[in-house]
Design a binder for this molecule. Structure first.
Ligand code: CTP
Length: 136
């Protein structure tokens, strides 16, 4: 008989609009930190509050894209930036991970879970993609 390896739940957050290779890379690396990956997906309203624009793809479309990925176990709606600790507790996350553009910004979660910042994929972002498309 072999002992079952313990579950290690990972949580991450983002808008994942105009899904691109940087998003795929971070989700795969996030999942590799544990055994289950939970993604807090910004609501359309939260994206407006955070980035000052509506997402190009609405919440339901962004959610369906993330749910179709093998590395993602569950997607839930992130309604407020102030609820990180509540989401960590609700999903019993062992690890919270984000891209290095958020370095230090989630350290307040350290009493509740491990916090890991991963290097971003260089030279791509949703904002840059929107600019490029605008110029074409
Ligand atoms: N991310 C990454 N590498 C990139 C772009 C994003 O690792 N090149 C990560 C971010 O650090 C974050 C997650 O992907 O942890 C979701 O980021 P999000 O803000 O939704 O994507 P961006 O492309 O950064 O969007 P924007 O340009 O609008 O800020």
């Amino acid at each position: 008989m072999t002992a079952q390896s313990p579950k290690r739940r990972v949580i991450t957050f983002g808008t994942f609009d105009l899904f691109h290779i940087g998003h795929l890379n971070i989700l795969k690396r996030a999942r590799a930190l544990g055994t289950e990956l939970y993604v807090g997906l910004s609501s359309d309203e939260l994206n407006m509050a955070k980035k000052g624009r509506n997402p190009i793809y609405d919440y339901e479309h962004r959610k369906q894209i993330l749910e179709s990925l093998r590395c993602v176990d569950q997607v839930f709606k992130e309604e407020s930036l102030e609820l990180k600790v509540d989401y960590v507790k609700q999903f019993q996350a062992d690890v919270l991970t984000m891209g290095a553009d958020w370095e230090g910004k989630f350290d307040f979660c350290k009493p509740y879970c491990e916090v890991i910042y991963l290097p971003r994929t260089p030279s791509i972002s949703t904002t840059e993609l929107i600019e490029i498309i605008r110029e074409i």
